[in-house]
Design a protein around this ligand. Structure first.
Ligand SMILES: NC(=O)c1ccc[n+]([C@@H]2O[C@H](COP(=O)([O-])OP(=O)(O)OC[C@H]3O[C@@H](n4cnc5c(N)ncnc54)[C@H](OP(=O)(O)O)[C@@H]3O)[C@@H](O)[C@H]2O)c1
Length: 353
């Protein structure tokens, strides 16, 4: 963790204590009622109306019961993603969540924690297993809660010795990076790839994955993030003071865009003939790229257990590290959303119960 960016809620010592406590908890807990007094309610961050951060509030609700194919997870960490902010505003997936039965809506799709109950059917997990994953996306998952009911097939066991804040921050961003580079762009060893927003949640993981795959990696970032991006394996380009088209010429096999339409159009100028451009932001003009002979795809991330297993394997080997910018308490969910909305965070913001 970058010690120059200490969590707002904790001193570094307190965070380490928290991580130690939760790392033990995530691997050894055997029951969510270990005190003998069954807990029936839990804390949850919810909203009843779409809107600004102020709509997020804490509620005490019944702990869900496990249903077939699902496990009940006691949350240790929940990642915050830009899509959480978009949804909270009533945009993006929220359009499909107009059904009043989705209210109150509980944000969050990234969860890491301990299995505390199953429905008794075979899920591949047992009580006490540490698990993490991208849950139910884009249907509601309710990860900003002390307990999360999650489809077992979207979870994998946590890798040993990885701090739980990293685990909570990993799933959506790491799967997005993985799917963009390998499922859609089919990135190969020796290719040249430009990753826009290389210091962001998706970008910093994409840089590591691409470098790990043997690609030559370039990444746009502001100057303050150049050392960080370089340490992950990319050659940084300052998008504020440099024109990446002039720096790179027409030499990129693959571009990963997440910074909007103008960057998408400018990026076509750095692609080799027949190059591939993957975008995470909509509506980028894919047709313009295709008319010029490029492969252009828009990606929507999806849960994928096999890919999560590979992500967990890379994390366990120390080959993929989630940079945790700040760890905040559930009660600071509004603050977490405000931070993510700045578009300036480095790596991930993570909430803890
Ligand atoms: N389609 C999908 O399935 C999918 C999945 C995940 C994410 N997304 C979208 O992809 C985008 C990125 O997600 P994220 O989680 O990585 O966001 P994020 O963590 O909030 O990104 C923050 C980073 O963006 C960088 N940045 C901001 N403007 C930039 C620019 N013009 N050029 C280069 N870097 C810039 C900032 O670096 P500096 O401080 O150095 O500027 C900061 O480190 C979001 O719009 C998100 O909604 C889509």
């Amino acid at each position: 963790m970058d010690t120059t960016r200490l969590p707002i809620v904790a001193t570094l010592t307190a965070l380490r204590e928290w991580e130690n406590a939760h790392t033990r908890h995530i691997s050894t807990a055997s029951s969510h009622n270990s005190g003998g007094n069954p807990m029936t309610t839990m804390r949850q961050i919810q909203l009843t109306e779409w809107g600004d951060e102020s709509v997020l509030h804490e509620a005490n609700v019944p702990i869900p019961s496990p249903v077939r194919g699902h496990v009940l997870i006691k949350t240790v960490a929940a990642g915050v993603n830009p899509i959480d902010v978009t949804t909270r505003k009533g945009l993006g997936p929220a359009a499909q969540l107009a059904d009043p039965s989705y209210k109150p809506f509980v944000p969050g799709w990234d969860v890491a924690g301990t299995v505390v109950a199953t429905a008794g059917d075979y899920t591949g997990f047992k009580v006490g297993d540490g698990v993490f994953g991208l849950v139910s996306f884009p249907s509601p998952a309710g990860a900003y809660a002390e307990y999360v009911l999650a489809p077992a097939h979207q979870l994998v066991k946590v890798p040993a010795d990885v701090p739980c804040a990293q685990l909570g921050g990993a799933p959506l961003a790491a799967l997005t990076a993985y799917q963009a580079l390998f499922e859609v762009a089919r990135l190969k060893e020796g290719e040249r790839v430009l990753i826009h927003a290389g210091a962001g949640g998706v970008g910093h993981l994409a840089v590591q994955l691409a470098a790990q795959a043997g690609a030559q990696v370039f990444a746009t970032a502001s100057a303050a993030n150049h050392e960080f991006v370089r340490s992950l394996g990319a050659q940084p380009i300052d998008y504020r003071t440099e024109d990446f088209r002039a720096v790179l010429g027409q030499t990129m096999d693959v571009v990963l865009n997440s910074t909007g339409q103008q960057t998408f159009l400018d990026s076509l100028e750095v692609l080799v003939p027949g190059g591939r451009i993957i975008t995470l932001t909509s509506p980028d003009p894919l047709d313009v790229a295709r008319e010029r002979g490029f492969e252009a795809q828009w990606l929507t991330v999806h849960p994928d257990r096999t890919q999560m297993q590979e992500i967990a394997r890379l994390m366990s080997l120390g080959l993929l590290k989630v940079h945790v910018d700040q760890v905040l308490d559930f009660s600071q969910a509004a603050q977490a959303h405000a931070l993510v909305a700045t578009g300036r965070t480095r790596g991930k913001i993570v909430l803890v119960p």
